[in-house]
Design a protein. Structure first.
Length: 255
């Protein structure tokens, strides 16, 4: 059975489940990487993001590097930023230099790194994988969580997403992430399923972060339940995240 067929079976089983909406809603808050990746964001907007994150005890705050200095998250909330963002086209030397500067000068807990997916898809597979591995090594040395953004919307098939996930897992990462949110196709349950199956097959402790267009609670619940079903453990922020900007408000409104 191919991945598409496996996904449809899993989705059918999820649709037959009775969801505890209140429980899922409460849990979802703690899984959010509250995100603001807008170059034109004002200091006021960044501060509002921090206040919202702190009042809901989300998993992390994720902003552009230029906004890090304005952040003071509450205890227990991780500070994340992005590198090689959003195109994945920066040189290895540039990404290593920028990452090292960020880790040396700011209390960054997590790096969301865009995999050189365009280079990979053009056939430069080893070059792209080496690029990723070297940035992972730098983060690992400084005990910083390394999330690899695949940009799943750029891959033509679930098998392609599965294969690149397996290759990156072999080289090392802490999370595999679906999307930047900057191209037309963001996260999809089928793409998340392909990543989860790669994690399951690898037997490596790696998390999943879904992002890109996840705005409604029902969307979040599908990803949460899908992750639990495939990896057979309860979701928590140590291995499952939802990157979102407006989802938190929708969860609030659903109570």
């Amino acid at each position: 059975m191919n991945l598409e067929a496996q996904f449809l079976v899993a989705l059918g089983q999820l649709n037959e489940m009775r969801w505890n909406i209140k429980e899922l809603t409460t849990e979802a808050f703690s899984l959010i990487d509250l995100t603001l990746l807008d170059e034109t964001a004002s200091p006021h907007a960044v501060q509002a993001l921090v206040e919202k994150a702190n009042s809901h005890q989300v998993a992390a705050i994720c902003v552009l590097p230029q906004h890090i200095k304005e952040l003071k998250p509450a205890e227990g909330i991780k500070l994340a930023t992005v590198v090689n963002f959003p195109t994945g086209k920066h040189s290895l030397a540039e990404v290593l230099s920028k990452t090292n500067n960020l880790l040396s000068n700011f209390p960054v807990d997590e790096i969301d790194y865009v995999f050189p997916y365009q280079n990979y898809l053009q056939g430069n597979v080893q070059e792209a994988l080496t690029h990723c591995q070297q940035v992972y090594t730098l983060c690992e040395q400084q005990n910083v969580t390394f999330k690899v953004i695949l940009e799943t919307g750029a891959f033509a098939t679930l098998e392609a997403i599965y294969n690149v996930s397996c290759q990156i897992l072999d080289n090392g990462c802490n999370f595999l992430k679906t999307s930047t949110g900057k191209i037309k196709q963001g996260a999809t349950p089928s793409a998340a399923f392909a990543i989860l199956k790669a994690i399951e097959a690898s037997d490596i402790h790696c998390g999943l972060k879904v992002s890109g267009g996840i705005k409604q609670p029902a969307q979040a619940f599908i990803y949460m339940c899908l992750a639990e079903k495939v990896l057979k453990r309860n979701v928590d922020k140590s291995w499952f995240r939802i990157g979102a900007s407006s989802l938190l408000d929708e969860l609030d409104n659903s109570f």
